[in-house]
Design a protein around this ligand. Structure first.
Ligand code: SF4
Length: 453
């Protein structure tokens, strides 16, 4: 790639993948900002393009590579840095084979971003795959000074732990992000206080598995963290994203019942319900145990929202397992569900499970079953949304639709990006603020509302 002698200290960052990656992108933005770099909203004028990639499953990896190639063909002379999870997982290979990129930066120690950028501008083609950061940085996970957030106004993600030690057999996350590494409670509380003081209304706590928080120091610290958050003054929403159902801690139900600011929103990735498949996945549950968990939640918190994800096409998953899953969905009436087709990931334990050359057929069947389950669940979700019509709910406004007297927002039962929207009719509303609204109708998987007088 061409070298530039006058440094254009502006960059554009394209963030792919999950909320954990978004926090990393926000941390990179902060770190570069400290060295005089400015983030631009478009790559057109930027001196550097950073693609913060996802490397979790094959479709995400494909998207990462495609995105980089699109940038390269549109901007042949700009420097492009391949960063994030896929960089961490396949850095050596990418650096060797992918000539379209100017450098590779893994995600284990984001404080090194300025070094990478200096190397880029001194004519090098860096490959930086740092090992885990040292303890002082670990305590902050380098994230709590973030100022320029990529979320809509009023909302922020707070990462409370990095990595995962659960070792689900299909999952490449521990290969990329290592074992669980929990932040100190005090550091998280300080970060939340800072965000609330800056006007944030919704804090989404994230980790690969929130229920494992503190396990690396031999403690189950999620309830303690929630109790500490509960001591904070003010009106805000705390949303818990990703709780492994096998390690659910019942205490959090009591804390939520006492403090309604901690939303009764449960993101429980069950993945499957058949014990045989779950054991192969290195997970403990069953249809019965997961039904019991759902009942327990609904008994204690009748207004709760439950989201889950399920995987189809895992090795050994057959028509009987599919029927058991469909029956579970019918019986449990979950609010929101995402379905994924199993992705065979190298270096995971499940990689060699039962594969004898029928991958294409297996994946076609899995895609068909995924579609059928989606149709089944869509009817359930639509009924749930219909039952919300004419109720009054708080709505966090995300953005205004220009020239339409309409705003897009979400309520407490809708997590960012995944659970649909509420379109609010009105004028003079401020993005980032919460308004009391009456739901007037359903539109597909979204809702329409008016301001409640
Ligand atoms: S709990 Fe989630 S992140 Fe951890 S190994 Fe299992 S699937 Fe992967």
């Amino acid at each position: 790639m061409k070298q530039s002698h006058t440094i254009n200290k502006t960059f554009y960052i394209e963030n792919l993948g999950c909320a954990k990656n978004q926090v990393d992108a926000e941390t990179i933005i902060f770190m570069l900002g400290e060295s005089g770099w400015s983030r631009l909203d478009s790559p057109d004028e930027a001196g550097l393009i950073i693609v913060n990639t996802c490397g979790f499953i094959s479709s995400a990896k494909q998207e990462s590579v495609d995105t980089v190639l699109e940038f390269r063909s549109k901007y042949p002379d700009k420097k492009i840095l391949f960063a994030g999870c896929m960089a961490q997982r396949y850095g050596d290979r990418l650096h060797e084979d992918f000539e379209e990129i100017d450098g590779v930066f893994g995600n284990s120690d984001l404080s090194l971003i300025n070094e990478v950028v200096d190397l880029l501008w001194s004519g090098n083609r860096p490959l930086m795959l740092p090992s885990k950061p040292s303890i002082p940085e670990k305590d902050s996970l380098q994230s709590f000074k973030r100022k320029d957030l990529l979320s809509f106004p009023g909302s922020a993600y707070v990462k409370i732990a990095e990595g995962c030690s659960n070792l689900c057999s299909f999952c490449a996350i521990p290969l990329i992000r290592g074992k669980i590494d929990s932040r100190l409670i005090d550091s998280i509380i300080q970060e939340i206080k800072g965000l609330l003081a800056s006007g944030i209304k919704e804090i989404n706590l994230i980790a690969q598995d929130l229920s494992s928080f503190g396990m690396d120091r031999g403690q189950k610290d999620l309830p303690e963290l929630l109790r500490e958050i509960s001591k904070l003054e003010g009106d805000f929403w705390i949303r818990l994203l990703y709780i492994h159902p096998d390690y659910f801690q019942d205490e959090i139900l009591d804390i939520m019942a006492e403090d309604t600011r901690i939303l009764p929103y449960f993101d429980l990735p069950f993945q499957h319900v058949t014990p045989k498949i779950l054991r192969q996945m290195n997970r403990k549950g069953s249809s019965e145990s997961y039904s019991e968990l759902i009942s327990k939640i609904r008994q204690k918190l009748p207004n709760s929202t439950i989201r889950s994800t399920f995987m189809v096409g895992f090795p050994g998953d057959n028509i009987l397992h599919y029927r058991e899953l469909a029956l579970f969905l019918e019986n449990s009436q979950l609010d929101w569900v995402g379905f994924f087709v199993y992705s065979r990931e190298e270096n995971t334990k499940a990689y060699d499970y039962g594969f004898k050359g029928f991958d294409k057929m297996r994946s076609r069947i899995a895609r068909y079953r995924k579609k059928s389950l989606e149709i089944l669940q869509q009817e359930i979700t639509v009924e749930k949304l219909n039952s919300l019509v004419d109720t009054v709910v708080p709505v966090l406004i995300e953005e205004e639709i220009p020239d339409e007297d309409l705003y897009i927002g979400r309520s407490s039962f809708q997590a960012p990006d995944v659970d649909g929207y509420i379109v609010v009719e009105g004028t003079g509303l401020t993005p980032g603020e919460i308004y009391t609204c009456r739901i007037v109708r359903r539109n597909g998987f979204d809702l329409s509302a008016v301001i409640e007088k």
